[in-house]
Each structure stands twice: as C-alpha cells, then as structure tokens.
Design a protein around this ligand. Sequence first.
Ligand SMILES: Nc1ncnc2c1ncn2[C@@H]1O[C@H](COP(=O)(O)OP(=O)(O)OP(=O)(O)O)[C@@H](O)[C@H]1O
Ligand SMILES: [Mg+2]
Length: 355
Amino acid sequence: MEVLSIKHLSKKFGKKLKYAVNNADLTVERGELLALVGESGSGKTTLLRLVAGFEEADKGIISINGITVVKDNFSMKPEKRKIGMVFQDYALFPHLTVAENIEFGLNKDCCDDKKARVKEILEMVGLSGFENKYPHILSGGQQQRVALARALAPKPGVILLDEPFSNLDAVLKDQVREEVRNIIKKAGATALFVTHDMRDALSSADRIAILKDGKIQQVGTPRELYDKPVNLYVANFFGKINAMNAIANKGVYQLKSGEIKGVNSSENGQLLIAIRPENVEILTHKEENSLEAKVLLAQYFGDHQQVHADIGTESHIVIHAHEKILFQKGDIIYLRFNPEKIHVLDTCWYPGLAK
Ligand SMILES: Nc1ncnc2c1ncn2[C@@H]1O[C@H](COP(=O)(O)OP(=O)(O)OP(=O)(O)O)[C@@H](O)[C@H]1O
Ligand SMILES: [Mg+2]
C-alpha cells in the first residue's frame, strides 16, 4: 500500500525561471526506503520540501497515508503532516540532552508515556545510556542516529532525509549507511531520502527515483537503474557506460566498424545502444563475434585495468579488464560485447549522438 503519493507536482520559484520540480509523479510504498537522486540543482531538495510543507506547490497533489495534504489551493501545515525530518547537519539542539532532543517533538498523539518512548527509540538506534549526554560530545555517526531517533519517535507516516550521509567521512559513511537502513527497517518506517551519491542510493535504497531538471526520469530498483537505464543521463549517473549508434536488424547490431551478433532485441533500425565497461571482454586474438580495437590509454588501478580503446565508433570504448596482462597504448586487441548486457537507450537527452 502506498504511504506517500505525489501526482503532477510542479514548482517554479520565479515566473522567468525554469521549473525546479516539473510534473513529478512518485509513490513510496509502506516500509519502503526510496532514494531521490540527480545532479546538483535537479530539484531533489525542492521535492522533499514540498512534501514536508516548507514550500508551496504551484500544481499537483500530495497525500500521506491516504490523507490529502496538498491539492489546488489547499496546503496542510507542516506540523500537521505527520512527517519526520532528518537534515543534512542533523539540526540537534545543542543545549538539550539526547533524551530532551528526542522528547521535544513528542506529543500525546504518539505516546502517553514520553519517557518510555524515548527509552524505546534509543534502544532501537543503539544509543541506550546516552540519554543525558549533549550532542557535541557525540561522533558524527551517533549524532546522525539521534537525529534519526528524533524523527522516528513520534511514529510519523513518512520520514524525509536530505543528504543524510554527506557530512560523514568515507569509512564512517559505509557503516552509517547500513545502520540507518537497518534502523528504518526495524522501525517499519517509510522513508524518502535525498542523495547526490550514487553509492548511497545503490547500496541503501529499495527503489531509486532519478531527477533531471525537475523531471523524474526513471523509478526502479537499484539493479534496474544500473542495468537498464532509460537514457544516457540515468546511465551516466550510476557510472561509466559506453554508448554507440547502431543499426539493429534481426538480432544483429551493425556498428560503424563491425557487427555484434546474438542480440536479443526485437527492435530494428537506428538505435542508441549502451554497455557498461565490465561487460566488455578483451581478447588478444580475433575470435567469433569480436571487434578489432586499438588501445588508446591503459590505466592500472590494482583491482582492475581501465582500458580506452578505439573501434572506429564516434567515441572510444572504456573497458574494465581483470586479465593479468597489462595492456599498453597502441596494442591491437579484440573486444567482445556481452550481447545480453547491451541495453537500448532513449535518445531524448542526447539526440546528437543518435542522429
Ligand atoms: N528558494 C529558492 N529560490 C529560487 N530558486 C530556488 C530556490 N530553491 C531552489 N531553487 C532552484 O531550484 C532548482 C532546484 O534546486 P534544489 O535545491 O531542489 O536542487 P537539488 O537537486 O537539491 O541540488 P543539490 O544537489 O545541489 O542540493 C535549482 O535551479 C535552484 O537554483
Ligand atoms: Mg539539495
């Protein structure tokens, strides 16, 4: 069942400016952790703030647990929306203890015994015994958990997190990401979190929604977005990808410099195809269904070698090779594209490449 439903949501900050959020449709299911990603300025924070009620929508409907909070000229006050917020800087009150910070947002609607609820939620986030400590003596990860406890304590319909991991260093981030996910799952909460880091989204979210210029490009599981991106913007957001023009005809992709056979595609005609670097194999001899290529650049990264090669297409091909052989500029190699891993992209954002 959907807990958060967003329909045709739009927001512009000035008449002459472009839309910050443009006709967005999104649902978050009960117990789901949904990541909202996109480049800087794509509208992530604005969308979150519209849901929280900190910004007024120009158009659209938002409902939380079946209750309409935004529609036409109606906009329910933020404090009535039953939303928990976790901000990037945690926004803990420095002069209040951990327990007081959490108790601050509690009222009779959520729990008769506030002290018991604070105890229960601190146990859930693994901070029992920290009741009387002040925020400044806690580590970044612990402050993050207090902020999460404060957001979860009133049992909100949905919790919203804006860049919850961006203040943490890389090592702590891996650990906190996992903890936050576990706590949200344990609490049975429904969460929408904003991040510009694809690693946060791929590793923590149940589903991801990706924005560009305020428009939702694709919504799906991390695997769907990584393996089956709808366009180059989505594909590039989740790492390197090789995009090529091809003419498809009965299971064969004809490239400028050769062909790839055994493709399981029903589409025919001019296409923009894409394949991730790890799905291209390097051969040292010509074999069936391989294309000759010249190494332009080979970089050794320990766990893999990144090879840039020219096969005569508009742009060079990047391969992540795990072979023991170290390739060098000028080497002639043969590339085999895994036909099952080739994906057809929509050309909407990069029409120049396809035509
Ligand atoms: N209060 C505001 N007044 C005017 N323009 C705004 C305001 N808030 C956001 N915008 C504009 O709306 C667009 C979307 O901004 P938003 O902050 O939602 O992006 P974001 O995806 O959260 O970016 P970031 O990753 O940098 O945080 C941007 O063009 C931004 O300049
Ligand atoms: Mg933002």
